[in-house]
Design a protein. Structure first.
Ligand code: DAH
Length: 380
């Protein structure tokens, strides 16, 4: 800044000469006009309006003028700066509009281009079949209940009346996660239970009975684990559906009617089931449930001219286990067996998918090849 200027002499304060101020203004306006894009304009803005721009420096010189000259010089500089910022704003708006118009063209999306080059995924047939089966029961008023896959040994075995040395508890059959039970020796209680990957969906029966007051009508779909090698008919991870009904006065006739309804809903109105005696610790009496062969409808039996590959001309296909809930299970879960009775049923979904759709190798279900899943349709 120049030294205080007692006798005002604009000639000596070069920067404040009107022609100088005009020149600075015109240069600034010209620089803005010349800026071809917003970056260039930002540079011009710093050069012509920043703290060290000619007009800002001229403005500082005003302080050094004698009082009577300050107003006129201030007006001059102020007007010039006003004109400069107006020109800047106008150019800024112009360049922004240009940029926006250009972006609209450059980044335009051609909505007519094909959009489905990446095929949509779809749900696995095991999932859709499991839901379809569960839906049959939901439509009868059952609720869906679920339990954990990492399960207390007590729920998986003890509550279901498996004796301590039952072979299913052994490590060749069951994945123990924690508190491994030495084969067939331990008796576990609720407090000191080991932890297993559940080997069936039946523990959800016990969980449900402990959680709710009868009447209980639940269907329990889920994933289960056993120490099997993966081959054409086994997989260490598979799916089951469990059914449990506990109410006053339920009998085996209710179980049979429910099973018949299920196979009719899934395989056709002329389907039926038959029960063969079997043993499960958690049902008494227990039965193996067969359904009429859905291919030959039983007509291959004793008819060598019409052999059936699906059922081996037996006329029936084994579907799962069932029975009346063992009173010991009801007692273990706090339900009075004098007042209530119940039935249960459980079966594997992989097996049902195999015979319902002629799948010959279970490995196809886990390998994730779309050539396997595509023919089942695209449920998303
Ligand atoms: N939990 C049995 C299994 O995995 C299947 C089963 C049998 C379930 C009889 C039941 C039943 O509910 O009543 O082999």
């Amino acid at each position: 800044m120049s030294a205080p200027n007692k006798s005002y002499d604009p000639v000596e304060v070069e920067a404040l000469k009107p022609e100088e101020i005009e020149r600075m203004r015109d240069e600034a306006v010209a620089a803005f006009a010349a800026a071809g894009d917003l970056d260039a304009l930002a540079h011009a803005k710093t050069a012509h309006t920043g703290g060290t721009s000619p007009l800002a420096l001229a403005n500082r010189e005003i302080g050094a003028l004698p009082p009577h000259a300050k107003a006129a010089a201030g007006k001059l500089v102020g007007q010039a700066r006003g004109a400069v910022s107006k020109a800047l704003a106008a150019r800024q708006a112009e360049l922004e509009a240009e940029r926006d118009a250009r972006v609209l063209v450059e980044e335009a999306v051609d909505v007519t281009l094909p959009y489905d080059r990446t095929p949509a995924g779809a749900r696995h047939p095991l999932t859709t079949l499991m839901e379809r089966v569960a839906d049959v029961f939901v439509s009868m008023g059952y609720e869906v209940a679920e339990g954990p896959e990492v399960e207390a040994e007590w729920f998986n075995f003890d509550a279901l009346n498996f004796v301590p040395d039952h072979p299913a508890r052994q490590m060749q059959d069951t994945f123990f996660v924690q508190g491994t039970t030495p084969e067939g020796t331990a008796v576990t209680t609720g407090d000191e239970s080991g932890v297993v990957l559940r080997t069936h969906t039946s523990p959800v029966q016990a969980r449900t009975l402990i959680d709710r007051e009868p009447p209980v009508y639940v269907v329990c779909p889920g994933r289960v684990y056993r120490t099997d090698e993966l081959d054409a008919t086994h997989t260490p991870v598979f799916h089951q559906i469990e059914l449990l009904a506990v109410d006053e006065g339920l009998t085996m006739a209710d179980l049979k009617g429910t099973l018949d309804h299920m196979v009719q809903a899934l395989f056709g109105a002329d389907m039926k089931t038959r029960l063969r005696p079997n043993f499960f610790p958690f049902t008494e009496p227990s039965a193996e449930m067969d359904m009429l062969c859905y291919v030959c409808r039983g007509e291959s039996v004793g008819n060598p001219d019409r052999p059936c590959r699906t059922c081996g001309s037996e006329g029936w296909i084994e579907l799962g286990g069932c029975g009346m809930v063992n009173p010991k299970v009801l007692t273990a879960c706090g339900v009075d067996p004098e007042k209530y009775s119940g039935f249960a049923f459980g079966f594997g979904i992989e097996r049902m998918l195999m015979f319902r759709h002629n799948v010959e190798d279970m490995r196809d279900m886990v390998e994730g090849d779309v050539r396997f899943t595509r023919p089942f349709g695209m449920e998303i």
